[in-house]
Design a binder for this molecule. Structure first.
Ligand code: 4AD
Ligand code: MG
Length: 480
C-alpha cells in the first residue's frame, strides 16, 4: 500500500490505486465526512465513509483529536472546497481521544483565544494557526541557511556557555553547579566560582558575535544561527528570554557593505516565504483580515499580509543617520503634542520602540536603516567615527516590529578598542582573545544580528512573539 501525506494527496489526480494516509481527526460530520490533517499542509483531506459498511463501535472512535489511519481511493470531490476526496475502504484507530476530555482542551473545534492556546502550547500546533506559523518558521530557517550557503558563508557554532558578556549589558543567566544554599565563599564573602564546574563564572550566551568575529578573521565570511539568552525583564510582545539569532560576520566589509548584506538577506528570506509558503500565508492573511474586523477602521492596516511582504521586496530600505532621525522625531506631531511616552528633547537620547515605529510606520512608511548612533548608547565593540561621538552602528527597523536587526562595523584599532573597554568597564582580562584579533592582522569587518522570531512575526503577521516559537520563555514562564 502506498503511504502518502496530505500535501501530496490534495494535489493529486483521482486514481484507482488505493493509498494509505494517517493523521489526526479535525472534525467528523454526519457519521460520514472526516476532515483529516497530518501537519504536512494547512489543508485537510476529506475522507468519506459509507457508514452502513462500518462497524458502529469503530465509527464511535473517530472523534476529534484521535489519530487514525485510513485507506481508500482518491476520487473527484462531490462537495465544495476541495477537488479530490478519499473514498474510505478501511479505518484503523491508532490513538483514541475521549470526547469528554477533548472538550476541556483547545482541540475542541471552536474559537480559542491566542492566550488560551498559549496555556496549552503542547497541543496548539494541531490548530490551523499554529500549524501554519510553525511550518513557515521551519521554511524560514531553511531559507536562512540556503542564503548563506549560496553566498559563500561558513556556518559556525558558537558556544552557548560562555564567560563573557558580548553586549556588556549584564543581562545574563548564570550557569553554575554550586549549591545555592551553601556556596563556597571567598574571604570577602563573595561566591568563590573557582570551585564551580568551569572554575570561573559562566553564563548563557547573549550573542555569538565575539566568537564569530574570531572566525571571520580566518574564514572570511561566517554566520551563526542559534539560541540566545537574555535575562532582561521585558514583558513585551517583542521580547523573549530565549530567542534564536542569526549573526553573520564578514572580514573586509564596512558599514555600507553590512547594510547591503542585511537588506539583501532579508529580502531573500521574505521572497523565499512568498514562493514556498503560499498556502500557509493565504491562511494567515485571512486570519488577520478576520482579526481586523473587530478593530476601528483607522486602526486597520492598509495592506494585506502578502502585500506587506511584497512591498518590502519592491522598495529600497531608507537609510537615515541617527542625527537626521532625531531631527525628524523632535519636530514630529507626537513629540510636539507630548504623545510620546519618552519625549525627544536632545541629541543623544536612546530611541524607544515608539520612536522607531513612528519613523517606519508614520514618517517613512517603509523599512528604515538607522546608522551612526551616539557611542554612549551602543555596545563597546562598535567602530568610533572621526567625530569622536558617534559609532558605525546600524539598526534595521520594520513596520509593526520595530528593531529587526542590530549590527555594526567593528572597532578594529587596538588602542581605540582598549580605551573603549576601559571606559565602559569591560574586562580586558576576560576578553584578551578579542583584543588579540586587533594585534594579529586586524582589518575592517562588520556583522549584524537578526532576531529570528521577529522575522517570523513579520512574515506570519502574528502580533505576539510568544506565538511564533514553540515554547516561549519569558519572565515568570518556563512551562513545558
Ligand atoms: O541588537 P542586538 O542586541 O545585537 C546583538 O546582539 C549583536 N551582538 C548582533 C551582532 O552584531 N552580531 O540583538 C540583535 C537582534 C535585535 O535586533 C532583535 O531583533 C533581536 O536580536 N533581539 C531579540 N529578540 C527577541 N527577544 C529579545 N529579548 C531580543 N533581544 C534582541
Ligand atoms: Mg539592538
Amino acid at each position: 500500500m502506498q503511504k502518502k501525506v496530505i500535501s501530496e494527496i490534495v494535489q493529486s489526480e483521482p486514481s484507482l490505486i488505493p493509498i494509505e494516509v494517517s493523521g489526526w481527526v479535525r472534525t467528523f460530520r454526519s457519521n460520514r465526512f472526516i476532515h483529516l490533517n497530518d501537519g504536512s499542509t494547512i489543508h485537510n483531506l476529506q475522507c468519506v465513509v459509507d457508514f452502513e459498511n462500518f462497524d458502529e463501535a469503530l465509527l464511535k472512535k473517530i472523534t476529534v483529536g484521535a489519530a487514525i489511519k485510513v485507506t481508500g481511493i482518491l476520487v473527484e470531490s462531490q462537495g465544495q472546497g476541495q477537488s479530490v476526496e478519499l473514498q474510505v475502504e478501511a479505518v484503523e484507530i491508532l490513538g483514541e481521544a475521549n470526547p469528554e476530555d477533548v472538550k476541556l482542551t483547545i482541540l475542541s473545534p471552536k474559537r480559542h483565544t491566542l492566550e488560551t492556546l498559549r496555556e496549552q502550547a503542547h497541543l496548539r500546533v494541531r490548530t490551523n494557526t499554529f500549524g501554519a506559523v510553525m511550518r513557515v518558521r521551519s521554511k524560514l530557517s531553511f531559507a536562512i541557511h540556503d542564503y548563506f550557503n549560496k553566498n559563500g558563508f561558513n556556518y559556525m557554532h558558537t558556544p552557548i556557555i560562555t564567560g563573557s558578556d558580548a553586549e556588556g549589558a549584564g543581562e545574563m543567566f548564570r550557569v553554575t553547579l554550586l549549591d545555592p544554599k551553601n556556596p563556597p565563599v571567598n574571604q570577602d564573602g563573595s561566591v568563590n566560582y573557582e570551585e564551580d564546574f568551569f572554575e570561573k563564572e559562566t553564563n548563557l550566551t547573549v550573542s555569538g558575535q565575539l566568537e564569530a568575529e574570531t572566525y571571520a578573521m580566518g574564514l572570511g565570511k561566517v554566520y551563526t544561527f542559534g539560541p540566545t539568552f537574555r535575562a532582561e525583564n521585558s514583558n513585551t510582545s517583542r521580547h523573549l528570554a530565549e530567542f534564536w539569532m542569526i549573526e553573520p560576520e564578514v572580514a573586509f566589509n564596512d558599514l555600507d557593505d553590512n547594510m547591503d548584506l542585511a537588506e539583501d538577506f532579508i529580502k531573500y528570506i521574505i521572497h523565499f516565504a512568498l514562493e514556498h509558503c503560499e498556502d500557509d500565508l493565504v491562511f494567515l492573511e485571512n486570519r488577520l483580515l478576520e482579526e481586523e474586523k473587530s478593530k476601528p477602521q483607522n486602526e486597520r492596516s492598509e495592506m494585506s499580509l502578502r502585500e506587506k511582504l511584497k512591498f518590502v521586496l519592491e522598495n529600497n530600505f531608507i537609510r537615515v543617520s541617527y542625527t537626521e532621525a532625531i531631527d525628524i522625531l523632535r519636530n514630529s506631531a507626537p513629540n510636539k503634542k507630548k504623545k510620546f511616552k519618552y519625549l525627544i528633547e536632545e541629541w543623544g537620547a536612546d530611541l524607544q520602540s515608539e520612536h522607531e515605529r513612528y519613523l517606519v510606520e508614520k514618517h517613512f512608511k517603509c523599512p528604515v536603516i538607522l546608522f551612526d548612533y551616539p557611542a554612549k548608547i551602543k555596545a563597546f565593540y562598535m567602530r568610533l567615527n572621526d567625530d569622536g561621538k558617534t559609532v558605525r552602528a546600524m539598526d534595521v527597523l520594520f513596520p509593526g516590529i520595530g528593531e529587526m536587526v542590530g549590527g555594526s562595523q567593528r572597532e578594529e584599532r587596538y588602542d581605540v578598542l582598549k580605551e573603549k573597554m576601559k571606559a565602559m568597564d569591560i574586562s580586558e582580562e576576560e576578553l584578551y582573545w578579542y583584543l588579540d584579533l586587533r594585534k594579529f592582522g586586524t582589518c575592517v569587518h562588520s556583522g549584524f544580528g537578526l532576531g529570528f522570531e521577529r522575522m517570523v512575526q513579520f512574515v506570519t503577521g502574528m502580533g505576539n512573539i510568544r506565538d511564533v516559537i514553540p515554547y516561549p520563555r519569558t519572565p515568570g514562564n518556563a512551562e513545558f
